[in-house]
Design a protein around this ligand. Structure first.
Ligand code: BJW
Ligand code: ZN
Length: 247
């Protein structure tokens, strides 16, 4: 247990990675806690192109439920602490989230990269029509279809799918600029189990760019040994304290 403050001084750059655990105190379920199942299915089966091809109705039911839960949730103290941190740091901070719930933006964060997409956009499963804003739920039956006739799907990155190169490029660009600046770099991961790549590898990328690395998580993550500092506890309590924002 490491109870010091995260060292953020004049000029320090901060790359933050968040996962489902940061939204747990807002009442949203994590993926790998509590059995990690949904209606008895492993997440990999519901959140994959194969799962969608096999049973699109099941997948849309999952995402309709997620839309409703996220719409009813409120950002918590950890989301708010990161928004406050950004107010002070401006573009010396980049917030990378694996979450699709939109709670960081609702807390006031602006420099957010949603590397796994968002619940609040839909796209075609076949044609190149651009993704569009969509908060509809419940969805189907009948299932929503594109003007081209194919099924619409959530604009979410499923297992086996590539992350948007524009999104990963922003993360890599931030790390490169930090190294070029010569300023101290801090990497903070919050509420993520370290299971899913490439996000689970960002701690290695950050270290390679000279970062001091911090993990704030309820349980030790799979990649915990890669961090310089590990603080276990609920993010809503721990993160404001570590950032010196607990009044
Ligand atoms: C608290 C708390 C509190 C609780 N306070 N903490 C390299 C090696 C091996 C495999 C691969 C690899 N590179 C790529 C792969 C394949 C695959 C992958 O990683 N597989 C692994 C499972 C082995 N990756 C991909 O397919 C990615 N695509 C890709 O890389 O393309 C190229 C490629 C393809 C194939 C092969 C090779 C290359 C895409 C990944 C997409 C992930 N999508 C999902 C679902 C969609 C989004 C959605 O519906 O929401 O994203 S999976 C699911 O896991 C979701 C999450 O964003 C993601 C990460 O989960 P997260 O956030 O860490 O949540 P949990 O539940 O796991 O953990 C929560 C943590 O919080 C816990 O530790 C708790 O302790 C903690 N916690 N309460 C603080 N109050
Ligand atoms: Zn289409």
């Amino acid at each position: 247990m490491d109870e010091a403050r995260i060292p953020i001084g004049e000029g320090t750059r901060v790359l933050v990675l968040t996962g489902a655990g940061i939204s747990a105190e807002s009442g949203l379920a994590t993926f790998r806690g509590g059995g990690g199942l949904w209606e008895g299915y492993p997440v990999e089966q519901v959140a994959s192109p194969e799962g969608f091809a096999a049973d699109p109705e099941l997948v849309w039911r999952f995402y309709s439920m997620r839309r409703r839960a996220a719409a009813e949730a409120e950002p918590n103290a950890a989301h708010r602490a990161l928004a406050t941190l950004e107010e002070g740091l401006g573009d010396r901070l980049l917030l990378v989230t694996q979450n699709v719930d939109g709670l960081h933006a609702r807390a006031g964060s602006r420099r957010v990269v949603e590397v796994h997409g968002t619940l609040w956009r839909t796209r075609c499963s076949r044609c190149l029509r651009p993704p569009f804003d969509d908060a509809t739920e419940p969805l189907g039956p009948p299932l929503p279809r594109c003007t081209c006739g194919a099924l619409l799907r959530p604009d979410i990155v499923w297992f086996g799918e590539m992350l948007d190169p524009a999104a990963t490029g922003r993360v890599e660009g931030f790390l490169r600029a930090a190294r070029r600046s010569g300023a101290p770099l801090v990497f903070v991961a919050v509420g993520t189990s370290g299971n899913v790549y490439p996000a689970a590898g960002y701690v290695h990328a950050a270290r390679a760019h000279g970062a001091e690395t911090w993990l704030v998580n309820l349980d030790p993550a799979l990649n915990a040994t890669s961090f310089d500092h590990i603080v276990t506890g609920p993010a809503g309590e721990v993160l404001p304290r570590l950032l010196g924002l607990d009044g």
